[in-house]
Ligand binder design. Structure first.
Ligand code: ZN
Length: 157
């Protein structure tokens, strides 16, 4: 090769001219890496998973409170009417159902709901006791009545 500046003959791989010092052609850069023919994956269309939005249940505070309140009321009624047996039992069952609905709605077992549970349970137990007592009392009354009748009839016979 020859110097681009002064024309002096230079070794082929000379970077600077040995005569004038001019910079010769920069050493050939290493060949750029051949871009590998990368197989471009065809862009898969991204399927957006449909997000199933759970219907947002906004807790209806008033309704929940009412349910807990009515469960409490019926629990109280079941305790008041447990002396009648059947009526107390009905109120206790209504109270328990209302409480169950309230809890299913996401109600918290606290305050009136907790009181309703205690009242309805007590009402249920007392009502069942009273029903058993009433049934026994009726049976005794029937037996004694029958025997009384038989005594009476035997006296008058
Ligand atoms: Zn030169």
């Amino acid at each position: 090769m020859y110097c681009k500046n002064c024309g002096a003959q230079l070794p082929d791989n000379a970077v600077f001219c040995t005569e004038c010092g001019a910079q010769q052609a920069a050493p050939p850069p290493p060949p750029p890496p051949q871009p590998q023919p990368t197989y471009q994956q065809p862009q898969q269309p991204v399927y957006q998973q449909p997000v199933y939005q759970q219907p947002q249940y906004t807790p209806v505070v008033a309704a929940s409170t009412a349910d807990a309140g009515s469960a409490f009321t019926f629990g109280l009624l079941s305790l008041i009417f447990c002396g009648t047996g059947i009526l107390g039992l009905i109120f206790a069952i209504v109270s328990k159902n209302k409480l169950k609905a309230y809890l299913a709605e996401g109600g918290v077992l606290a305050g009136k709901a907790k009181a309703a549970k205690i009242l309805s349970t007590l009402g249920l137990i007392f009502s069942i006791f009273m029903m058993v007592y009433i049934v026994i009392a009726i049976i005794i009354a029937i037996i004694s009545g029958l025997s009384g009748y038989s005594y009476y009839s035997s006296y008058n016979w």
